[in-house]
Design a protein around this ligand. Structure first.
Ligand SMILES: O=C(O)C(=O)C[C@]1(C(=O)O)C=C[C@@H](O)C=C1
Length: 337
């Protein structure tokens, strides 16, 4: 991504970083913004990291600054845990791999704006498994320092900007991408720049001393993000802080598999799910390798491999696909039908 401009996928406009977010001498601060937490967030990040370091199994890693939605998801699901802020998704997964956190909380899809994290490569590469899912209602606020004046530019995570795309256009606000919603709030708190606001949770406004100018911003009535909890496969659930959530009583299984780009290859691979009455709730495709000759699929199905019908469907999948990998078997947090 060039320092001068950045493109937000799913939003049909370019974001001018340095033309707007530059010092009075014209020097860009792009590198600082992309590579590290802003000053307002640093002390809190350091404090949370220090607490997590004292009790790593109680730590749950997340991408973003304190007060972001992933942090809120952790507070909801693991009230007794120690949230561990990490700057990138890769950092959050590495924290679990290196034993600095027992788990990671990762957003994967949003009801208004679709896919979030690149699970198809992050998860397989990390070797971690999905232990749980969680659905968090998202409540974006427009937040700014006191005296910011008329707002013209809004900084936030590309997902948050995408979830509020129509609202931003209707209010003639220019969107600027940031690593996460709370990090965006910390950034506008540091800059105290006239006309600059952030889209963030109310919690971030509180943490970074910002005013809430508007609440409940979203382009639809239902704005929910699905998160998954990742952990090492051999981590026993009982060794980690308890999960507090209502469950539907069913299980979910997440899979990754590859088929050749030949006629009916996908149809043959997943036929067993329909034939055995197994409900597939998600199927996403990705090009696999550099040749465009095979496609990788990520799928979520209801049920678990120990159920006969799921086992039969998986056998058929195994016969017709390659690289089948079970990414996780976990309790369903929300009915799918
Ligand atoms: O930036 C945050 O607040 C995050 O936790 C990330 C994230 C996302 O990537 O989807 C999480 C939930 C919201 O949908 C918006 C942003």
């Amino acid at each position: 991504m060039k320092p001068e401009t950045a493109f937000i996928p799913r939003l049909n406009f370019y974001i001018l970083w340095s033309s707007y977010l530059s010092d009075s001498d014209g020097k860009s601060n792009h590198t600082d913004m992309m590579d590290d937490y802003s000053a307002s967030a640093k002390a809190l990040v350091a404090e949370m990291q220090a607490k997590a370091a004292l009790s790593p199994t109680k730590a749950v890693a997340f991408q973003g600054a304190p007060g972001c939605n992933s942090n809120i998801a952790i507070q909801d699901l693991f009230p007794d845990s120690l949230p561990l802020p990490c700057f990138s998704f890769a950092d959050a997964l590495t924290a679990v791999k290196e034993g600095r956190a027992g788990r990671a909380m990762i957003p994967i899809e949003n009801s208004l704006n679709g896919r979030v994290a690149d699970m198809h490569f992050l998860l397989p590469e990390s070797g971690l498994t999905i232990q749980a899912e969680y659905f968090l209602p998202i409540n974006h606020c427009l937040v700014a320092p006191k005296g910011a004046g008329e707002i013209t530019h809004v900084l936030s995570h590309p997902q948050a900007l995408g979830q509020c795309r129509h609202w931003l256009q209707a209010h003639n606000l220019r969107a600027l991408a940031h690593a996460d919603t709370a990090g965006a709030a910390a950034e506008v708190a540091d800059r105290k720049q006239a006309g600059l606001a952030a889209l963030s949770p109310a919690l971030a406004a509180k943490l970074y001393g910002l005013e809430i100018l508007e609440k409940g911003i979203a382009d639809g009535d239902t704005n929910i993000t699905r998160f998954v909890v990742l952990a090492e496969a051999d981590t026993a659930l009982q060794d980690l802080p308890p999960i507090r959530q209502n469950l539907s009583g069913k299980m979910m299984t997440s899979l990754l598999f590859t088929v050749k780009n030949t006629p009916s290859a996908l149809l043959n691979a997943i036929k067993g799910f329909g034939d055995n009455q197994v409900n597939m709730t998600k199927l996403e495709s990705y090009q696999h390798g550099a040749s465009f000759s095979a496609t990788q699929f990520y799928a979520d199905v209801e049920g678990e491999p120990s159920e006969d019908n799921v086992a039969r469907a998986l056998d058929i999948l195994q016969e017709n696909a390659c690289d089948l990998r079970i990414l996780g078997v976990y309790a369903q947090a929300r009915p799918r039908q």
